[in-house]
Design a protein around this ligand. Sequence first.
Ligand code: CMP
Length: 555
Amino acid sequence: IPLRSTFTIYDLPGSVGRTTWLCLDYLSDVIYVLDIFIKMRVRFVNQGILEKDPKACRKHYIGKADFKLDLAALLQAFWELFDMLDKMAKNGHVIRIVRTILYMIFIIHVEACIFYQVSKWEGLGSNTWVYDPESNVTAYVYCFYFATSLATNIGDNPPPTNYIEYLFMTCYWLSGIFVFALLIGQIGEIVQAANANKTNYRSTMDITTWYMRSLNVPEYMLDKVRTWFDYNWEQQKTLGKLQKFALRLCRTCYSGQWGNCACSLIRKSYLSYLKSSDENSLLEGLPRKLKTDLAISVHFTILSKVSLFQDCERALLSDLILKLKPVLYLPGDYICRKGEVGMEMYIIMNGQVEVVGGPNNSIVFVTLKEGSVFGEISLMSLSGGNRRTADVRSKGFATLFTLSKADFEEAMQDYPQAYALLKKRAKKTLTKGKATKTEKRIVQTEEVIKEREPTPKLLKTVIQAVSKEKPKSCLSSFMRSKSKRQTDDTDVKPSSSTANQKLSCSPQEVAEKLRASQTSATAKPAESQQKAHQAKNLTGEEKQPLSGSISPEKD
Ligand SMILES: Nc1ncnc2c1ncn2[C@@H]1O[C@@H]2COP(=O)(O)O[C@H]2[C@H]1O
């Protein structure tokens, strides 16, 4: 509007730049017309119901003041278009920056029009300050350049020659400072908001590294933490999993050499970020139904792959999905340790985990992949207790869903039939596991027997020491029963409780006897270590992975 009403020069046939002018002018008109047509089809909410009927939409639009005010259609269309793009675009901040720059250009454009109007009023080319039509620059370009250099204070401007021009320049400079301060501030805010996640991530990482350094944490641990940060950032561009990480880190600190203070410091440093970034707390404000739908759409595919949950009621799955919490594990991290009380079960979202055992956990019993469930044995007390039956280790980076015992039981309360079915299925898996393990055991047993050959002297000493006190000692009977079992290939390795049942005295008694014999026998250091290991085995301190899994060092 300001453009059309001031730059009338382009209406004259033969004026420089007239073709471009006309093209842009017609284009603007087309945009206005299109805008009106589009708006006629925009749906609206009529008494709480979304009105889709085109006739009603058209009537509604025409009846609105909007339609009459569509002289300023450009401005409004511009506004609405950007709001729409902002909502649709993946990088909303880019749209916001473009909009701010366009505002700035629009203000300069209006100022250019005013400058041209003042020049016209004073007389084009009447002095050095006003626009001179004789110059080889077209009117709009010169005026726009002049307004830009005034607004930005960049570039040389011709000096004013009278009071009006002085006043004009002063007003332009003042408005320039004001407008630019606002615009630059706005752009700064937009960029800052766009990078807020990254800034949080960086400062969290810096704080952590700083604390760890000040506590002389070993370099390998620092590396591990950095790797976790990098991986998490690359994968999710969020700090959402920090809570679990902080807790795991604290556990590491606690078990390690740097004590409890590190834990609380690190925990505190995360707390503020967690409040705003944890994905569960982000969803907290949503209505339950929406939260469920969202969680289902994100996690349903993976949960439906879990054979344990196949054919389960959809309602049960929905209940379970809401209780799942994602946790990331680094390569080599132990997810659960044998003998621990099982308080949660896991579903592999991506990555792989290994069920391990044997000396230094060097034997991989099974590798579980995406969609597999583990940790259910102790959770459902299927092996007769609530203790973990095996060590489970993350092979690479693995993202797991954890489902706590309390949550699982709460969800199952309403679905007793499903619970019975799940238990039956898990037991079936357990039995299958036993069969597989038995086959493996046959191969591994041979190796284990060979390993123990160098220590018959020690065993003899032990047996002698024990049989001196009790002719038919529990240890000798145990050894006899053990060697009998070793010859029987089809036999499944007994659980520790079975082993205990076969003793005629308590495992502690046996251990004491072993210790007594250890002091009397002049065993080499390596042998005494092995003896201690045997004592440990006999007291049943180490449990088997599943009831049928093999633990070769015990065979
Ligand atoms: N042989 C196996 N095959 C598959 N999974 C196993 C095997 N042994 C142990 N596990 C899993 O490892 C988990 C360790 O903790 P839980 O005993 O609670 O549950 C166990 C099983 O889910």
